[in-house]
Design a protein around this ligand. Structure first.
Ligand code: 5RP
Length: 238
């Protein structure tokens, strides 16, 4: 196998470390993104080797569903079960209080749904995702019902933010989410002062389905770093 670059190596390392936390017979929330993909692959490997038995996954995106099926992970849904033992997912930014920005892959609606019902939520990131304050670098994604695009854009601009409609790559026009909605990427000029308040305020705008602030949800963050050429994983607990 080709040698992995350090960033990819960190993602693989934390993905595998998180997959090692999963116990047989449990229901697992499966996140979205490149780091979560390593975790899903590692779970598939554990199932194939017989080290792990009888888990059921609940995916958070079309991407995750396709990968989980490829990896042989049996799937269920929140229509069938009413709890999740452990959810594992990546993040775009993590602040010192373990509040997150998510939605780099436009999957934050399903991610928040699944992670909110999990008894334990473990976040997997490489060290570049740790920040002092949210939204200084990464834009905050807000999922909007298409009919409400104009009024929601105006309402968020009135709050002092710069708002950009996320455009597709190799697709003409905007990104369309797994729910058939659009994504506004939002930048507050001085970052986000009060994530808890902003999360509620944005979700109260009619036409907003969900925003990418995950406040007081993460129980544990596994952080991958490369130190002296060696990939290492450290824990930050709530
Ligand atoms: C998708 C997400 C991802 O978890 C987040 O964007 C991190 O992705 P990656 O692990 O590829 O950096 O929130 O909506």
């Amino acid at each position: 196998m080709a040698e992995l670059d350090p960033a990819t190596l960190m993602k693989k390392q934390v993905g595998e470390a998180a997959a090692a936390l999963v116990q047989s017979g449990t229901i697992v929330g499966l996140g979205t993104g490149s780091t979560a993909a390593f975790m899903i692959q590692a779970l598939g490997d554990r199932l194939k080797s017989g080290d792990l038995k009888e888990i059921q996954g609940i995916t958070t995106s079309f991407q995750g569903e396709v990968l989980a099926r490829e990896c042989g992970i049996p799937l269920t849904t929140l229509d069938v079960v009413n709890y999740i033992d452990l959810a594992i997912d990546g993040a775009d930014e993590v602040d010192p209080n373990l509040n997150l920005i998510k939605g780099g892959g436009a999957a934050h609606f399903q991610e928040k749904l699944v992670e909110a019902y999990a008894k334990r939520f473990v976040v997997i990131v490489d060290s570049s995702k740790l920040v002092d304050k949210l939204n200084l670098n990464f834009l905050l994604p807000v999922e909007v019902v298409p009919k409400a695009l104009h009024p929601v854009t105006k309402a968020i601009e009135k709050m002092g933010a710069k708002v950009t409609l996320r455009m597709g790559v190799k697709k003409a026009g905007p990104v369309v989410t797994d729910q058939g909605n659009l994504i506004l990427d939002v930048k507050f000029p001085h970052g986000i002062e009060d994530p808890a308040e902003l999360e509620k305020t944005l979700n109260n705008i009619p036409g907003v389905l969900e925003n990418g602030l995950f406040v007081n949800m993460a129980d544990l963050v596994l952080v991958g770093s490369v130190i002296d050429g060696q990939p290492t994983v450290r824990e930050i607990k709530r």
